[in-house]
Design a protein. Structure first.
Length: 269
């Protein structure tokens, strides 16, 4: 079950370049690459490019030199350089754009690679349902506490709107839609916590949760909606302890629900 992410792009204002910006730009080191001599050369190329990111010589939005120039600097074939760039693309470090002004660009920081990695680990069986529910418990309770501390009224209104949409889905008897909206609630809550690591972890855990729901049934509406209503009340009051306890109680009930289904499935085999 995939959730479509929508975003509104604000109009960009002209950027004023100050004397301070100019000084910072002058102080920034220029990307420099050394020739590579190793059996797994593409990995060494990728490591050097990552090193330029660490030093600040490369930053999000920067375009790398063309393959031909990189191949000359690394003293390698263009195929090897291309393999390195593709590996960085798969890791979420670079993106390729087409056209006259295209090429390999450093991406803005995103958690796509982490999310994909978690999903693959779940598919391979390295992450079990019990691991998932345990991790969600830790991450979601922490996000709830921070949301109480850092959330704005706009954040809380977005969470309330999510709940209203969930109520509409319940009224229609649309369980899949209710589940999708409720999972989005956790994404919104993580963003309210204002911690990018929690956002990435939550996105990854929700992605796995969606896969898990292909083989187990979700909690019934009667177990989810009253808890969500109480949680919203505690968040609005910024009552950190009550909000965290409500989230913990809900996720422990979810954990028991899933593990019970697994046990019954094993007995039937």
């Amino acid at each position: 079950m995939k959730t479509a992410n929508t975003s509104t792009r604000a109009l960009k204002r002209p950027i004023e370049v100050t004397a301070e910006d100019t000084a910072v730009a002058r102080a920034r080191p220029a990307p420099a690459y050394a020739p590579v001599q190793t059996r797994r050369a593409f990995e060494a190329v990728a490591d050097q490019i990552r090193g330029q990111l660490t030093s600040g010589a490369l930053q999000p939005g920067d375009r790398l030199p063309p393959e031909r120039e990189l191949a000359e600097q690394f003293s390698l074939s263009r195929n090897t350089v291309r393999e390195a760039l593709r590996s960085l693309e798969m890791a979420g470090v670079l993106e390729f754009r087409k056209g006259a002004t295209g090429g390999a660009f450093v991406r803005e920081g995103q958690g796509d690679a982490v999310i994909a990695g978690f999903s693959d680990l779940f598919r391979l069986g390295a992450i079990r349902p019990a691991d998932l529910t345990e991790a969600r418990l830790i991450v979601s309770v922490a996000a709830t506490r921070l949301a109480c501390q850092r959330g704005t009224e706009a954040d809380f209104e977005a969470l309330r709107e999510n709940f209203r949409q969930s109520e509409l889905a319940v009224a229609k008897g649309d369980v899949p839609e209710r589940v999708r909206i409720n999972l989005d609630f956790h994404r919104l809550l993580a963003r309210t916590a204002r911690n990018p690591v929690l956002v990435i972890l939550t996105d990854a855990l929700v992605e796995i949760h969606e896969q898990l729901l292909q083989v187990v049934s979700p909690l019934p509406d009667s177990a989810v909606m009253p808890s969500r209503r109480r949680l919203l009340k505690h968040l609005a009051a910024r009552d950190e302890e009550k909000a965290a306890n409500e989230m913990e109680t809900h996720l422990k009930a979810l954990q028991r629900h899933y593990l019970l289904q697994q046990t019954e499935t094993k007995r039937g085999e």
